[in-house]
Design a protein around this ligand. Structure first.
Ligand code: CP
Ligand code: NVA
Length: 322
């Protein structure tokens, strides 16, 4: 580790060993909320929202405060970004005042432009293309229920539903980085970008995992250790509600589909969930569901990620407890 500006814009911005390091740190934070306080001072962290949020807003706000910092939460309607100020100008200004920039927005190109112009770490808090903070929390949730972070490699995870959305892309890259067998199922027209699948296949091969993309939900879920789904209508797609629902019905996660997974398979959903649509109440509110652990782990995983990014920038491994 040498002084280096690192960002988390997509799940493959970290390699396998780095993901393990962050997830182990997240587990330390889960067991000891004040394990490390890199923003003691307090230093500010900008948390920008161009889309709604409950979990990301609360977990970054609470997390930055627990790291000793000041969360500066800015909504699109209350910032000049929303009136067309260039991303690069915003990056220059925020870099002079804050220790990190966290941004939920639409295009992946926007967070990339922020990172190119910032002199502090930039974190993607969800774009149309990826949601890497969510997948760190989801992997931590499997680890806490399945014997720790070192037990993740080799497990099978299945995601069914809108396979072209940000969660599908992040499970592909994040699961491949973890060395997992990642199965993604969705209807024709809603399958992942082949370029992302190719990246995931290369990364999976390096880490002993594998990738399967299919239109058959049973093939994806068969013998899975964890089953995931997400809304059929992501933020920004509300106008497509009528045309989107129909093709996804065979991909609803219900008790019958879950019966194809391992008997002790976990169920996760990034939330917000729409019961009776992508998942039935009996599954999300049932005994295999770990969605509240998953939501809580956003806090721990993001504290670990921010601490790790700051440790790189300061070349200070003591922040990681090493
Ligand atoms: N899962 C997730 O990111 O939730 P929010 O949209 O509430 O932040
Ligand atoms: N795919 C969803 C995830 C919400 C956390 C969306 O982008 O709206």
């Amino acid at each position: 580790m040498a002084h280096e500006l690192r960002h988390m814009l997509r799940d493959d911005d970290i390699n396998h060993e780095e993901q393990v390091q962050i997830l182990k740190l997240a587990e330390h934070f889960r067991q000891n909320r004040y394990y490390s306080r890199p923003f003691e001072g307090p230093q500010a962290v900008a948390v920008l929202f161009d889309k709604p949020s409950t979990r990301t807003r609360s977990s970054f706000s609470v997390g930055v405060a627990e790291l000793g910092g000041y969360p500066l939460v800015i909504d699109k309607s209350g910032s000049q970004l929303g009136r067309g100020e260039p991303v690069s100008d915003t990056a220059h200004v925020l870099s002079r005042m804050t220790s990190a920039i966290v941004w939920r927005t639409f295009g992946q190109d926007l967070v990339e432009e922020m990172a190119r112009n910032a002199t502090c770490p930039v974190v993607n808090a969800l774009t149309d293309s990826f949601h890497p903070c969510q997948v760190l929390a989801d992997l931590q949730t499997i680890a806490m229920h399945r014997g720790g972070v070192d037990a993740l490699a080799g497990q099978s995870i299945a995601y069914v539903g809108d396979a072209a959305n940000n969660m599908a892309n992040s499970y592909l890259l994040g699961g491949a980085t973890a060395g997992m067998h990642v199965r993604i199922a969705g209807p024709n027209g809603y399958l992942p970008d082949p370029a992302i699948v190719a990246d995931a296949q290369r990364i999976a091969q390096e880490n002993g995992g594998s990738i399967l993309v299919t239109t058959d939900p049973v093939e994806a879920v068969c013998d899975a250790d964890c089953v995931f789904t997400d809304t059929w209508v992501s933020m920004g797609e509300e106008g497509e509600y009528a045309i989107r629902s129909k093709p996804f019905w065979p991909y609803q996660v219900n008790a019958q589909l879950m019966s194809y997974a391992k008997d002790d398979a976990l169920f996760q959903h990034c939330l917000p969930a729409y019961r009776g649509k992508e998942v039935t109440a009996e599954v999300i509110d049932g005994s295999q569901s770990v969605v509240w652990d998953e939501a809580e782990n956003r806090l721990h995983a993001q504290k670990a990620l921010l601490t790790w990014l700051i440790a790189w920038q300061r070349d200070d491994t003591s922040l990681l407890g090493e």
